[in-house]
Design a protein around this ligand. Structure first.
Ligand SMILES: C[S@@+](CC[C@H](N)C(=O)[O-])C[C@H]1O[C@@H](n2cnc3c(N)ncnc32)[C@H](O)[C@@H]1O
Length: 275
């Protein structure tokens, strides 16, 4: 499935799409490796909204902590909501409600949740401040808004390879053309202040791919996206990288992963904001 997000009010395109190369990587996400900043604040019985739930593994972990009956997952169209629903059912968490709606215009009453969580979502939105204002509106007074986003320009790797430099340059260009902000991580604090939050705790964390297994997984998802799906199609359509170049970049990524010294660290910004 390579649906994109055309026509969504205030939203652009979701650069990655929902192909297998994307989902295989997103399914490795856990509350421990992707929402550690939020975990100390969670208690059983809390009502939690997970905006942009996608592959759904993070939603599932959060639901096991607070209890599935208090969790709502939100996705921007039915195709993506179905992916979340399938994962939750697979994990025996069918009680979680999965809704369709836009982060820029949340379909919930004021003060509906104790916690609103969004992981790797704001970077894809054309108006992340408006989304944060919405998160604040639907969170009860003194409740928590927890956000984590990548800072692609803070990604660092070794050895230095022209093909990885080129991949990053192409990704930054595509994400920006789609209305996104690929260095969102470093802007979260500023955006939260702009959205009216007064008490905001910032933090940063990384994912590291430096073992044969994690390197291969990362190279496989990046290489896959260069060959099939919306990113590949966009590069072709815009005339930024033809099929031969994309195949060579994909090969470069896979070769990089086989090097014993290969290292790739992904920087993320995080905030915990009090409503
Ligand atoms: C990178 S994925 C992250 C998925 C999940 N949070 C995770 O970390 O595994 C971003 C998700 O945000 C969703 N999304 C994009 N724009 C959205 C919008 N305007 N409202 C709600 N969700 C949106 C996409 O459909 C996609 O599933």
């Amino acid at each position: 499935m390579h649906e994109q997000l055309e026509g969504i009010e205030g939203g652009g395109l979701y650069t990655h799409g929902y192909g297998e190369a994307v989902l295989a990587s997103h399914r490795h996400r856990t509350a421990q490796n992707s929402a550690a900043h939020l975990l100390p604040h969670l208690e059983e019985g809390m009502r939690l909204l997970d905006v942009g739930s996608g592959a759904g593994t993070l939603t599932a972990d959060l639901a096991r902590i607070v209890g599935p009956s208090g969790v709502v997952a939100l996705e921007v169209h039915e195709g993506a909501a179905a992916i979340t629903r399938t994962e939750l059912a697979r994990q025996g968490l069918g009680e979680v409600e999965v809704r369709v709606g836009d982060a820029h215009r949340l379909p919930f009453e004021d003060d509906s949740f104790d916690v609103v969580h969004a992981h790797q979502v704001l970077q894809h939105l054309s108006d992340p401040v408006r989304a944060l204002e919405q998160f604040r509106r639907v969170t009860r007074p003194a409740g928590i808004v927890a956000v984590r986003d990548s800072d692609y320009e803070g990604f660092r790797w070794w050895p230095e390879l022209p093909s990885l430099e080129r991949w990053l340059a192409l990704y930054l260009r595509a994400a920006r053309r789609n209305g996104g902000t690929p260095d969102a991580g470093r802007r979260l604090l500023a955006w939260a202040h702009e959205a009216g939050f007064e008490e905001v705790s910032p933090s940063a964390s990384t994912w590291l791919h430096a073992t044969p297994e994690t390197r291969r997984g990362w190279a496989s998802t990046c290489a896959g996206r260069l060959v099939v799906g919306p990113f590949a199609e966009q590069l072709e359509h815009e005339g930024w990288a033809d099929a031969d170049e994309r195949a060579a970049l994909a090969e470069g990524f896979r070769d990089w992963a086989e090097q014993r010294e290969a290292w790739f660290v992904l920087l993320h910004g995080e905030i915990i904001a009090r409503a």
